[in-house]
Ligand binder design. Structure first.
Ligand SMILES: [Zn+2]
Length: 330
C-alpha cells in the first residue's frame, strides 16, 4: 500500500511501504532528516496505512480509524514533543512516563498504536533513561518513532534499538509547487521556497513581506551614496531587529541567507541563466559575474562568523563596505 500525503521522500516511503507489505514493521524507528521535510507526516501516513479497515492502493480515508486520524482524535496515534520551540526546551521525564503507562494497555482501537517522539534530541538524560527499556521491548502492536536531525543527538543505546529511515531536504521547486497547490500566490511561494533550506515546514513559517522588506533595505543601501558611517548604521539597525534577551544569531544569519540568494540570482542572470534565479524580483544587472560571485562568498563568510559568535555589528559593517566597494567599481 502506498503511503499517502508524503511529499517526495521516495527512499523513505519505499522502505516503509516494503516493510508494511512484508509484515516486517520494526517496533522502533529513527527517522533522520532536517526539520519540516515530512518525518511526522510520514509516520502518520504509515499509521493510517497500517490501521485502515478498507485498505486499497492507499488508506481509504473513510473508515473509522482513517477519519479519527484525520480529525486528530485517534486515541492510538500519540505525539510527544518538546513543550516549546525554544532550543533549550526539553522533553520531560513525566511526558515519557505517561507514554509508557499508556503502552501498558493494548491499543484501544484494536490495531496498531504509534508514538512519535518529535525532536528526540531534546530528551533530557532522565527521559532518555526512562525510554530505554520500552524501546528495547515495547508491548506488542506498538510502534515508536523517534525523529532526529542527526543520530548523534541521542544516546547510542537509543539509536541501536531503532531501525533507521533517512529523509532528505526537499527540492525548492517541489516546495514552490506544493505552496501554490495550497493556494499561495506564486511570487510568495517562490520566495519562501528559495529561503526554505529544503524544508516545507520552514517555508510555511516564513513571512514574504518581511523578506521583501529586508532585501529592499540592502538594495537601497547599496544604491545610495555613503560610507562607513552609513554601513555602521544599517548594521546596527539590523542587529537591533534581532535583539531580544540575547541576539538572535540564527535570525540574522537568515537575513544574510536572503542576501546570499540575491547575489546568487544576480550571478545567475549575469551568467545568462535567468531561469536559475530563485527570488522573483531579481532584475539582471550589468555587474560582472566574478564580482557577484565574490559578493555571494562574502555574505556566506559573514554568516559563518556571526553564527560563530563574532561581534555582529562589526561583521555586518565590514560586509556592507566590502559589498559597496566591490559592486561600485567601474
Ligand atoms: Zn481507512
Amino acid at each position: 500500500m502506498r503511503l499517502e500525503g508524503v511529499l517526495a521522500q521516495e527512499r523513505a516511503r519505499l522502505q516503509l511501504e516494503g516493510e508494511l507489505a512484508a509484515g516486517r514493521l520494526a517496533h522502533a524507528y529513527l527517522f533522520v532528516g532536517p526539520q519540516g521535510v515530512g518525518r511526522t507526516t510520514c509516520a502518520r501516513a504509515l499509521f493510517a496505512a497500517a490501521n485502515c479497515q478498507n485498505p486499497g492502493e492507499t488508506a481509504c480515508g473513510a473508515c473509522g480509524p482513517c477519519r479519527r486520524l484525520a480529525a486528530g482524535s485517534h486515541e492510538d496515534f500519540l505525539v510527544v514533543e518538546p513543550p516549546s520551540d525554544s532550543p533549550s526546551a526539553q522533553i520531560k521525564v513525566e511526558q515519557v512516563r505517561q507514554v509508557i503507562r499508556t503502552l501498558s494497555f493494548a491499543p484501544f482501537g484494536g490495531g496498531w498504536r504509534m508514538v512519535v517522539i518529535r525532536e528526540a534530541g531534546r530528551l533530557n538524560p532522565a527521559s532518555s533513561g526512562a525510554l530505554l527499556k520500552t524501546l528495547e521491548e515495547p508491548p506488542p502492536n506498538n510502534i515508536l518513532v523517534l525523529t532526529v536531525q542527526d543520530p548523534r543527538e541521542v544516546l547510542p543505546t537509543l539509536v541501536s534499538r531503532c531501525r533507521r529511515v533517512n529523509f532528505s531536504p526537499l527540492d525548492p521547486e517541489l516546495i514552490m509547487e506544493e505552496l501554490v497547490r495550497r493556494g499561495m500566490d506564486p511570487g510568495d511561494a517562490r520566495l519562501k521556497a528559495a529561503m526554505s533550506g529544503g524544508s516545507l515546514g520552514r517555508a510555511l513559517e516564513l513571512d514574504p513581506a518581511r523578506l521583501r522588506r529586508e532585501l529592499g533595505r540592502l538594495q537601497e543601501h547599496l544604491a545610495r551614496p555613503g560610507g562607513a558611517l552609513e554601513d555602521w548604521e544599517l548594521a546596527e539597525a539590523l542587529v537591533a531587529d534581532h535583539r531580544g534577551a540575547t541576539i538572535d544569531r540564527q535570525g540574522l544569519a537568515q537575513t544574510l541567507e536572503l542576501w546570499a540568494q540575491y547575489f546568487r540570482d544576480q550571478a545567475a542572470c549575469a551568467a545568462g541563466r535567468p531561469t536559475a534565479a530563485l527570488l522573483e524580483s531579481s532584475p539582471p544587472t550589468p555587474q560582472h559575474l566574478p564580482r557577484l560571485v565574490e559578493a555571494f562568498n562574502q555574505v556566506r563568510r559573514a554568516q559563518n562568523l556571526i553564527l560563530a559568535n563574532a561581534a555582529p555589528e562589526l561583521c555586518l559593517t565590514v560586509l556592507l563596505s566590502e559589498l559597496r566597494r566591490r559592486l561600485r567599481q567601474p
